[in-house]
Design a protein around this ligand. Structure first.
Ligand code: AMP
Ligand code: ZN
Length: 489
């Protein structure tokens, strides 16, 4: 069976193969580098990595672009609050993101362009949109996309745009989720905020335009796959389509594939809800990078993933079982030769594993195939029926498995090192587990105050550790304009 993927654009499963030269041209929306990534973000990035690895295993070459969003409202405000440049501020969290990618065994894409390195290209693109009648300048020097000029607007998100008003605008990065409006391509400078000089005047780009411009620069006007989390369907990807296709008249991407959310207790894990764990939070609690990767990869991208510590524990157990099994096969003293039943079993497992992934990347089913193989092979080994060539065949299937899941190599301690080194530099030990029952209101208030103080002195590692401790204790923090609010979950 050839690879099938669920295409958000058509609303259907479709057979995928690259349009040209056995090379997959793929764009995935990358991180906004205003803070450490949380494991909800990494759920999507692990999905992208699993897909990328499977496409390679299928014999295709990759040309994959992931952008680094290093200009947005939060970055500009936070950088100003800390008296550092937007570039400096973004670079710090970009470095942290790249380190987290390594920790999770995410393969680096072929291109990782930064928004701030493409500002003039965006300005020139906006000028083309204006010349084409798809965008307009407002008196203050901002530019907006005119969605009434693009009749296909809404085709990805299947939004009913009946209530849409021509000329109604939105310029925040926090776009309204349900309302289609003319959106900002370029924002005129505001007092006290960072801005850039460009051929269309001073200002800064909106979020959506960077992906249209950078995808075109690195992949051409039309490419194979565009990826992101489900929250990006509207408005971000809808707006990318409008910006790109209005000018080119070509489909921006043939496949649009979106990962469903990672949830905590039924709610989306997100920065604004305060219910999040960064990768470092989990490593500092002693969880292994391999368990986290395994858990995130094990739930098919089309299903929501409910994050629990039980689930993480089970993932650790599964990885241990696989590693122990591999060691057993590598070290067992076995008779020479092969048993035809086990050779056939290994061949079938390899095919079933790939068949499961070809079926819309069904990682849960693929893991089921591997664990069935482990059970049968262990039983054969216990009974003394496993021969040298069987073991070699089964190890080869494990290698095929690990090209995708990448959890068998036991280098977890080394991969947690960076998180521990950062924490030690900041003078904190691993976040101590606490329970809601043991934290009185005064203790919570005191921790919240310590966190605020740590943030003020820019000791972010410490602030994050305190927040993680509070989240552990079932306390949700909300950073508001008037300070920090907390509540029990
Ligand atoms: P951001 O850094 O906020 O731009 O997000 C980076 C990626 O993480 C995007 O593809 C989002 O769709 C994705 N994302 C954010 N929150 C979650 C979540 N709770 N579950 C899965 N993906 C998420
Ligand atoms: Zn994007």
């Amino acid at each position: 069976m050839p690879l099938q993927l669920f295409n958000t654009l058509s609303g259907k499963l479709e057979e995928f193969s690259p349009a040209e030269n056995n090379q997959v041209r793929m764009y995935s929306c990358g991180p906004t580098v205003y803070d450490y990534g949380h494991i909800g973000n990494f759920r999507t990035f692990v999905f992208v990595d699993v897909l990328r690895r499977f496409l390679k295993q299928s014999g295709w070459r990759m040309d994959h672009v992931m952008n680094i969003t290093d200009v947005d409202d939060k970055i500009i405000h936070n950088a100003a609050a800390q008296n550092v440049s937007v570039e400096q501020f973004g670079r710090r969290f970009e470095d942290a993101f790249l380190a987290d990618m390594k920790t999770l065994n995410l393969e680096p894409p072929e291109h990782l362009p930064r928004a701030t390195d493409h500002i003039e290209a965006m300005a020139q693109y906006i000028a083309r949109l204006v010349r084409g009648g798809f965008a307009y300048r407002t008196d203050d020097g901002s530019y907006y996309f005119r969605i009434a000029s693009f009749p296909a607007y809404g085709k990805l998100s299947k939004k009913d745009l009946a209530g849409m008003t021509d000329g109604a605008r939105v310029d925040l990065d926090e776009y309204e989720k349900d309302n289609a409006r003319d959106f900002a391509l370029w924002k005129a400078p505001r007092a006290g905020e960072a801005s850039w000089q460009s051929s269309i005047g001073p200002g800064r780009p909106g979020w959506h335009i960077e992906c249209s411009v950078m995808s075109m620069q690195y992949l051409g006007e039309s490419f194979d796959i565009h990826l992101g989390g489900e929250d990006l369907i509207f408005p971000h990807h809808e707006n990318e389509i409008a910006q790109s296709e209005s000018l080119t008249g070509k489909p921006l991407a043939r496949f649009w594939v979106h990962a469903r959310f990672l949830l905590v207790e039924g709610e989306k894990m997100s920065k604004s809800k305060g219910n999040f764990y960064t990768l470092r939070d989990l490593l500092l609690k002693g969880h292994k990078a391999s368990s986290i990767r395994y858990l995130l990869a094990s739930v098919p991208y089309q299903r929501q993933l409910n994050f629990t510590f039980d689930g993480l524990q089970q993932a650790a157990h599964s990885v241990d079982r696989l590693r122990n099994f591999k060691l057993r096969l590598e070290t067992a003293k076995l008779a020479g030769g092969a048993s035809s039943a086990l050779t056939a079993m290994a061949t079938a497992a390899r095919e079933d594993f790939r068949r499961a992934l070809n079926d819309d990347l069904n990682t849960a089913q693929a893991l089921g195939v591997i664990f069935d193989m482990v059970r049968e092979a262990n039983a054969a080994a216990d009974a003394g029926d496993l021969k040298q060539q069987d073991a070699a065949q089964i190890l080869a299937v494990l290698a095929v498995f690990d090209e995708i899941f990448a959890v068998l190599h036991d280098d977890d301690a080394a991969r947690s090192k960076q998180a521990y080194a950062d924490a030690e530099k900041a003078g904190i030990a691993a976040a101590s587990p606490a329970t809601a029952a043991t934290l009185a209101d005064e203790e919570i208030e005191s921790l919240v105050a310590k966190r605020t103080a740590a943030k003020r002195t820019r000791d972010f590692a410490k602030a994050d550790a305190i927040r993680a401790q509070l989240v552990d204790a079932g306390i949700v923090l909300e950073d508001t304009r008037d300070g920090v609010r907390w509540k029990r979950r």
